[in-house]
Design a protein around this ligand. Structure first.
Ligand SMILES: Nc1ncnc2c1ncn2[C@@H]1O[C@H](COP(=O)(O)OP(=O)(O)OP(=O)(O)O)[C@@H](O)[C@H]1O
Ligand SMILES: [Mg+2]
Length: 286
């Protein structure tokens, strides 16, 4: 009798825990969908005003061209330079604004539980882009911190079918963790330590089928077996409050194993570093 009661109590505890977890996930989904939605509007303004400014700049350029004789040669050349720079800046604002929009769309899709679409993707370019995006995001907070990034990314790799939105998020999550851990180690070890992240992309293929492999290796803190065991759990984090939600690796795990039918391998040793490897079966795009 006593034993049965204990068993029942355990079950109730377990179910309560599960409920709590689901609650947390559901409210997090809602929250991120809400935030993503709200950010879309101001971002659209940024993009549209920047487009308008490009047009205005063209008009301005016409007027300057008409007045070319009245201006000295030096002034005319200066004006040309400034106007070209402005044009370039505005184009960058648009480009990055649109990228932010597409990331937000990805978040909205994910939080609604809709699956992304497999699209012909230049994975070499995608990995390169998101590796540097993560690096620059980190540097935006601390300009003095440098990491050596070694890329081994093939040129002329054929496009393959993946869900670009998801794969880029997976690369970003692993890179963010890698940047964080080398920074943590640098703070402990000082000048002799050289923070390094290696990124490798390889595609093995035969006809229309292939195997994509992406390795990201850091020489950061590494993980103890206890930490290593839990990293794919939702909300598991060893970071101080406010610095990690503990969702990065669990999302990455789903992206690689569920959405892409692939494998996610981890090799890690405390004081040495960590390698995350994605192995994904892919179709070569026609
Ligand atoms: N490259 C790494 N080196 C050392 N520890 C790592 C590495 N990657 C992940 N971890 C460990 O795994 C934990 C979970 O990682 P995960 O990315 O899921 O969450 P997080 O980085 O803490 O938060 P966030 O949701 O912001 O990504 C980390 O808190 C850290 O302890
Ligand atoms: Mg993380």
């Amino acid at each position: 009798m006593e034993e049965e009661l204990q068993d029942l109590r355990k079950q109730v505890d377990y179910l309560q825990q599960q409920l709590h977890k689901q609650d947390k996930m559901a409210s997090l989904g809602l929250l991120s969908a809400g935030i993503a939605h709200e950010i879309q509007n101001p971002l659209n303004f940024v993009i549209n005003f920047s487009k308008m400014s490009v047009k205005l700049l063209e008009d301005l350029q016409d007027i300057v061209d008409d007045c070319a004789e009245k201006l000295g040669e030096d002034d005319a050349a200066d004006l040309q330079d400034i106007s070209a720079d402005l044009q370039e800046n505005l184009t960058k604002i648009q480009e990055h604004g649109e990228r932010a929009i597409s990331i937000i769309r990805g978040i909205l899709l994910h939080s609604r539980g809709k699956a992304g679409e497999m699209l012909p993707t230049d994975v070499a370019q995608l990995v390169h882009e998101y590796v540097w995006l993560s690096y620059h995001a980190m540097r935006a907070n601390d300009k003095s911190f440098n990491i050596t990034i070694q890329e081994e990314i093939p040129e002329n790799m054929p496009k393959v079918m993946v869900i670009p939105q998801d794969l880029s998020r997976a690369v970003l999550n692993v890179m963010n963790n890698a940047c964080y851990t080398v920074k943590e180690r640098a703070a402990q070890e000082g000048a002799d330590y050289k923070p390094t992240i290696e990124v490798k992309v390889a595609l093995d293929h035969d006809g229309s089928e292939g195997k994509l492999r992406i390795d990201i290796t850091d020489n950061g803190m590494g993980m103890t077996p206890e930490v290593r065991e839990k990293i794919f759990e939702n909300f598991y984090t060893t970071k101080p409050a406010g610095q990690g939600t503990g969702l990065g690796m669990s999302i990455t795990y789903d992206i690689i194993t569920k959405n892409h039918n692939g494998e996610l391998l981890v090799e890690t040793a405390p004081g040495v570093g960590t390698t995350f490897t994605f192995i994904i079966p892919v179709k070569i795009a026609k």
